[in-house]
Design a protein around this ligand. Structure first.
Ligand code: UT7
Length: 309
């Protein structure tokens, strides 16, 4: 969907969306494509790139807030659709940091010697949970999936450090109110958008800038390196202004920051792996380079991962 498509739906303009968010287009899944279907495509491409057989995967960690079902996990659906005979599978509900949480868990399992080859996926079908009458939110979101194979290898490249943090006091800044056990869908529920994504954007904005910068510094300090040592920063693609403010705080030029928000909008947990994959296929970094991933989302929740490629 382009900004012009939204001009027909709500009181908005290409000028407002572009200048306030940096978004020009987003991808919307068709009616026959479930969250799990997008995840399968991303996982398959990750396996192909890694030269990894399905039998080798012993864990699938899937970050999503837009699951196929309430029960079972989307990870189990993907395991069946892919045919991963030797994998444990579970979902991580961590909104836009879902992939970073998955990477962090994968890193810990591998370093503890419990698992050896893990698929970490971030996938969202946000169009299912978007209120297309609310101009504050509907112009922002898109559907996508991204995946990575994380494996136990010799050598000094890999995940160097990770950081995760949440503050549930701010959960109502970005949430879906109705549909859970606290506010269930009742027979007399009449649609008012409260079962879709709701956000007070300006509140989220301020915390996002501050905490993405803090999370970035945390993993850099843990590794004993400076932001200037990083070849590429891959931030969650929520808003170009948040990303520019983050770059300023980290004192890195925008030429070191990967952007694809104009094409995909905010794809929550898929955002970072989608950007990582594009940057990798475009050759934006090489072996031995430091890549910094950082994300922020509903919870509120934030996290980062520093990788030596
Ligand atoms: O991914 C998870 C984390 N999420 C984020 O990080 C998102 C963080 N927040 C943001 O990206 C920004 O806050 C938004 C893009 C959501 C909104 O930008 P903003 O500069 O914070 O705008 P605002 O919410 O303060 O609204 C400013 C004005 C309001 O009008 P009034 O009250 O000043 O008359 C809104 O009603 O802009 C209006 N507005 C719009 N106008 C045209 C809000 N959405 C739209 C729209 N088109 N789509």
């Amino acid at each position: 969907m382009t900004n012009a498509d939204f001009e027909k739906l709500v009181d908005t303009s290409d000028e407002w969306i572009t200048s306030r968010t940096g978004i020009k287009e987003r991808r919307i899944a068709d009616d026959d494509t479930a969250t799990s279907d997008m995840a399968v495509q991303a996982c398959q491409r990750a396996l192909d790139m890694a030269g990894c057989a399905k039998e080798e995967i012993d864990l699938l960690i899937l970050g999503t807030v837009t699951p196929d079902y309430r029960l079972p996990s989307t990870a189990c659906v993907v395991q069946e659709k892919m045919g991963l005979p030797n994998a444990a599978a579970f979902d991580v509900v961590a909104a836009c940091t879902g992939f970073i949480n998955g990477l962090s868990i994968a890193n810990s399992f591998i370093k503890a010697g419990i698992h050896k080859k893990i698929l970490a996926v971030g996938v969202e079908r946000l169009s299912s949970f978007t209120n297309y009458e609310d101009r504050n939110t509907c112009v922002l979101f898109g559907d996508a999936a991204g995946a990575a194979v994380v494996s136990a290898e010799e050598g000094d490249s890999g995940i160097v450090s990770t950081f995760l943090k949440s503050d549930g006091r701010m959960r109502e800044f970005l949430w879906s109110k109705v549909g859970g056990t606290l506010h269930p869908h009742t027979p007399d529920y009449t649609y008012d958008g409260t079962d879709k994504i709701m956000m007070t954007g300006s509140d989220v904005f301020k915390v996002a800038v501050r905490e993405m910068a803090n999370a970035s510094r945390h993993v850099l300090d843990q590794a004993g390196i400076d932001a200037s040592d990083v070849t590429l920063v891959i931030p969650h693609q929520a808003n170009i202004r948040i990303i520019e403010a983050l770059a300023k705080r980290l004192k890195v030029g925008m030429d070191k920051v990967f952007l694809n928000i104009h094409k995909f909008g905010n794809t929550s947990s898929a955002s970072v792996p989608l950007a990582l994959d594009e940057a990798n296929r475009e050759g934006k970094f090489k072996e031995g380079d430091y890549v910094l991933m950082v994300a922020f989302g509903g919870g509120l929740i934030w996290g980062s991962a520093l990788v030596k490629w």
